[in-house]
Design a protein around this ligand. Structure first.
Ligand SMILES: Nc1ncnc2c1ncn2[C@@H]1O[C@H](COP(=O)(O)OP(=O)(O)OP(=O)(O)O)[C@@H](O)[C@H]1O
Ligand SMILES: [Mg+2]
Length: 268
């Protein structure tokens, strides 16, 4: 099984350090979720793990090899990433976009195969995009487009899947659909999932491992029950909240303080 680790990793842009000398071991065969305030560096970490961003210092090691020295197609057979704001090539249909996920398996001599067709079909099906497969990606709603991109990521059929806010733009039904799908890919196929989520309650429900990022460092990591406490949420997000127990799942449920319509006194 593929492993993904970061050693003494420093990341940034134009000399400006965003992530300072972190070590990170992504638990294999588990679901990990990165949390943290806007701008703390979650996407930066995820992109460097996928080799989309060159570290200022340190290394990312994929399955024992320094990722910087691996061939692009070798990386893409082991690891897929859905970036936070993917840019859709113009004029592509959903199916054409999803087919791009099979690119790592193409070669000068290797023709499109039944296996490629099956992978594309499966990815379209599980993301509920079959009925939209001939539509231009440009013409889709934000949520439909997000699902098309998730389908592309799945068509790549990698053991490690990185997703940056995969539930953004999705209505609640589709948020749960996507997270259930990723949960199944993990449970049934043992895929390693790493994602960024802002919803701490869904993060607590779906994650085996939560990684909280703050002040250029990994502030804390561990099981949701250990990480999602009112103290940590206050430290990481500067937000006061009460942490209760999800009545359906028993996982931590963060209830933010703040203003709003309170009907407690009128409920008997
Ligand atoms: N290409 C870039 N050039 C310069 N600075 C960048 C670049 N990309 C990100 N940054 C900066 O790096 C910091 C971390 O950005 P990053 O996108 O990793 O944050 P994030 O934790 O993913 O935030 P969000 O929750 O808003 O997605 C921010 O201050 C951002 O402005
Ligand atoms: Mg981000």
């Amino acid at each position: 099984m593929e492993t993904l680790t970061a050693k003494d990793l420093t990341l940034g842009f134009g000399g400006n350090v965003i992530i300072d000398d972190i070590n990170l071991e992504i638990p294999k065969g588990k679901v990990s979720v990165l949390i943290g305030a806007n701008g703390c560096g979650k996407s930066t970490i995820l992109r460097s793990l996928a080799r989309l961003l060159k570290p200022m210092d340190g290394t990312v090691v994929l399955d024992g090899d320094n990722i910087a020295k691996m061939k692009t197609k070798e990386v893409a057979k082991k690891l897929a990433i859905l970036p936070q704001t993917p840019i859709t090539p113009e004029g592509l249909t959903v199916q054409e976009l999803v087919k791009l996920g099979r690119h790592p398996y193409r070669g000068i001599t290797k023709k499109w195969s039944k296996k490629d067709d099956d992978a594309v079909e499966r990815a379209l099906e599980v993301t509920n995009m079959l009925s939209l497969k001939d539509r231009l990606v440009d013409s889709l709603s934000g949520g439909q487009r997000q699902r098309a991109w998730i389908a592309l990521t799945l068509a790549q059929e990698t053991e490690i899947i990185l997703l940056d806010e995969p539930t953004t733009y999705l209505d609640m039904t589709h948020q749960i659909d996507v997270l259930d799908l990723l949960f199944d890919l993990n449970e049934k196929d043992g895929r390693t999932i790493v994602m960024v989520l802002h919803d701490l309650n869904l993060a607590s429900r779906y994650a085996d491992h939560i990684i909280a990022v703050k002040d250029k460092k990994i502030f804390a990591q561990g099981k949701p029950e250990e990480i999602i406490t009112s103290e940590l949420v206050h430290e990481v997000f500067q937000m006061r909240c009460s942490v209760a127990c999800d009545p359906l799942f028993g996982t931590p449920m963060c209830i933010p303080f703040g203003k709003g319509r309170c009907v407690l006194n009128s409920v008997q």
